[in-house]
Ligand binder design. Sequence first.
Ligand SMILES: *Cc1c(COP(=O)(O)O)cnc(C)c1O
Length: 402
Amino acid sequence: MPGTELFGAEERKEIDDVVSTGILFRYGHDAQRNNHWKAKDFEAEVKKITGAKFAHAMSSGSTAIATAMAASGIGTGDEVIVPPFTFMATIEAVLFVGALPVFAEIDETLCLSAEGIKKAITPKTKGVCLVHMCGGMADMDPIMKVINDHKLILVEDAGQAFAASYKGTYTGLFGKAGSYSFDFFKIATAGEGGVLVTNDEETYKKADVYSDHGHDHIGNNRGMENHPYLGFNYRISELHAAVGVAQTRKVPGIKEKNRTNKQFLTSELSKTEGIGFARIADPAGDSATFLNLLMPDTETAKRTVAELNAAGVGGFNYWFTNMYHFINQWDHIKEMRTVSKLPVEVLGAPQDYKNLDLPKTQDVVGRLISFGVRCTWTEAEMKDLASKISACAVKAMKPVNA
Ligand SMILES: *Cc1c(COP(=O)(O)O)cnc(C)c1O
């Protein structure tokens, strides 16, 4: 959680600006706000890092990805290809815009593969919600070929991949729209917050309107604005945006430290036979928030996890069994337990979510152990961690009868 490691005076200064005027709302109140526009500043900082033409700060990464889909034209009855390894928000967003999730295979990049997407396409497929997992990025060249060949709408959930890029293009900017999360667990935090990015002006305008009850934000008399589309309240507050501004300014420095630290740990752990690593589609673009180990098989990974727990080594996720990021734990979607009826229940799910056949994904996530990279680690701490991980892995890999 690098953002939270570096929380201090800069965040306080931005918050104080807002508190000094009491204008907690991002729109209007021009005379009272003493020229403090934190949501706009937050958007400007995100644009500076990513090169996005348009950025729109919102209440969360979840509302940002839902808005990205809606503004891209994905709605009721559209099939959207999604990964079974992601934070649940991706799937919720598809369902809540009325669309129908279709799960496809990931590969060793931890993201949907071009091949997986291709196999999941049906005549009803409208788009793909690609998720860039664990600070890295999907393998975009082959994926873009499939997207373009089949004329699909691409939306990117880059909730975990702010400041990551592939061959010079930042995540979130390959398709119609993308989103970043600034919740408490990401490379930078706003407390709660998200930012939608796009290079398409029309999509940006729709997102702007959709995320604020349809207001077009033209002029400064809110009561008299036009409402080109229906929308809802997905706004960010100025207090949250203030934190987001200060944190986003720290991201280039955080990323550099993360990368150095990840490289150090990678080279230490490479010395241990049997420890492998997730494939980084473009190593030069890694935001390096996670060090992703791929063990030889699921059983070895489980034994390694048990050894790590026994040795008191924390700071890692074994998504296969423990976390809220993998389909095996999503009983509520498998059983389709909803508090009120969703379009997918009326239209029928395109797949039997209880019996999905995704062997490649089961294999990759079964082997995966992800360590959160800290930007404040010392070399001594990293050496110690690497030797503990190695020792646990070596024990776990010993033949059972030896
Ligand atoms: C964190 C995350 C989200 C949700 O973001 P919130 O800001 O917590 O709503 C969405 N997608 C992915 C991939 C995430 O990791």
